[in-house]
Structures are given as structure tokens and as C-alpha cells.
Design a protein around this ligand. Sequence first.
Ligand code: GDP
Ligand code: MG
Ligand code: K
Length: 280
Amino acid sequence: PKEIHIALIGNPNCGKTSLFNNLSGSKEHVGNYSGVTVDSKKATVKWKGYKLHFIDLPGIYSFTTFTPEEVYARDYILDNNPDILLNIIDSTNLERNLLLTTQLMEMGKELIVAFNMFDELKKSGDLLDIEKFDAMTKVNSIPTTAIKGEGNRDILNKIVEVFQSLQTDTVSHSIQHSDEIEYSISKIGELFDKYPYKLNQAINTRFYILKLLERDPEALKKLDMYPSAVAKELEAQVERIESHYHDVCDSVITQTRYHFIQDLLNQCYVSSSDHASKGR
Ligand code: GDP
Ligand code: MG
Ligand code: K
């Protein structure tokens, strides 16, 4: 049978392990990864003639700081190049959870979002327009309630559907950064186009350039493989951006992600207090 590799990724306590256990029928304990001990759990599910291999990665809030969990999760994705990232979100904490989602979108890998804790969202009376979310992000998403197994079949079906479409479609989700940042991405990108591409193919150039602009130490280490012209251009671009904004580059980039999330939530999400007052 055909194999599909899926990595589960999300914030701590979003219900990742519950979803993993429910999808795989596994009896692994639900709980926190303790401290710096990084571990991962694997399971295989047969579905519609495919073998779905799941890996439960440690919970992380973003790819921008450097906890061992973040390094582990990112390296796992870059080294193993899973076919699909399954991003589990705590639907009662959308703004915070979506920061990681914006960064996963920038990775340029196929992405499915599970809006988990959907029972809690419904209970709160808040409304989330998932179709609109999908249209705005070009991501496929599914509501789930992992502790009850609700959404399991939808997730498995969506994985197969997305995997089948991977053969013909290119991944199109990424967020638009400010004109200044986009200019720098294209200037540095021109240099990468000129030199042979030596990076891991699992990582796209755009994601890598954003990491360079954020002065991500792991990304900067890899810059040694390129002629010094690339590092020089990077420095010039960082200086240009920072003098334009009077702010450090990674803060400018993070703010754009938060603006994107704000815009998204303004259009896709209504809190119960808002629609109650509108109805009055
Ligand atoms: P992880 O840290 O992401 O692996 O999250 P866990 O699977 O350990 O879940 C964290 C807590 O949330 C546990 O107490 C779960 O029982 C609970 N939980 C997980 N999924 C859901 C859900 O869909 N609805 C509700 N109400 N609780 C959930
Ligand atoms: Mg867990
Ligand atoms: K937990």
C-alpha cells in the first residue's frame, strides 16, 4: 500500500496526544513532555488502501525561539520531510495557537489544521467560520473533539484527499509580509537562485530567508555553505529594514504574523459576547 507520513504539531495542551491516541487507537498516556526530555510517539493506521504513519511531535509555541522541543520538532520536519503537517489547534485559544500555524504556512509544506476542543468552542457560544478560514489561508481544516474521537474519520479522509491532490497541486499557502520584507526576500532570493541550491529540499527558500532575516542561529550556520555575497546582502537588507522600521527585523516579521491572525479572526470568528450584543 501507499505510505503517507503525517507529523502532528501544535502548542502544548492543544490535545495532540489525545488526537494521536484516538486516531491510532494507542494507549499512550496523555500528559506533558516533562522538561527537556524530548520524545516522540509513532503509530500507523490503515485507511482507504493507504498506510498512514503518524508521529506525535512535542508541543511548541513557535519556531522562533530555541527550546529543545522547538529544535527537535523543526529538525524532525526538515530531516524527515513528512508529506503532511497536521497542526492541532486549541480552538478556545485561537490567537495564541495560530502563531505557530502562520509559521507552518511559511514552511511551504502541505498543512491540515484540526480545530480541536471544538466541544469547548461550541459550549462557549463562539462562532468560527471554517470555510472562510480555509478560503483565506488556502489550508484545509477540520473541527475535532479529540477526547470523544469526533472528527477522526474526517481527518483520515482529508489526509488521503490532500495526499492525492499533492501529485497535481503546488502548496499555495503563505502569508504576505510587508513590502519592505517582501523586497528583501526577493533580493536575497535572487542570490539563492544564482547559486546551486544546497539546502535540504524539505525547506523552501522563502522560509529559509525569513529565518535568516530573523537572525535564527541555526539558519545563519547554514549560510557558511554560500559565497559571502549572500551574507553581505543579508546584512544590507537587515540594516535597511531596521532603519526603516526603527525596530529589529524579527519583531517586524512577528508583528506581520499577528496582523494576519487579527485580520483572519476579524473575518472568521465571532465571540459569543459580540453576537449577543449584535442580536440585541
Ligand atoms: P497535548 O499536550 O497537546 O498532547 O494535549 P493532551 O492530549 O495531553 O490534552 C490536554 C488536555 O486537554 C487533556 O486534559 C485532555 O483530556 C484535554 N482535551 C484534549 N482534547 C480535547 C477536546 O477536544 N475537548 C476537550 N474538552 N478536552 C480535550
Ligand atoms: Mg502530548
Ligand atoms: K499535555
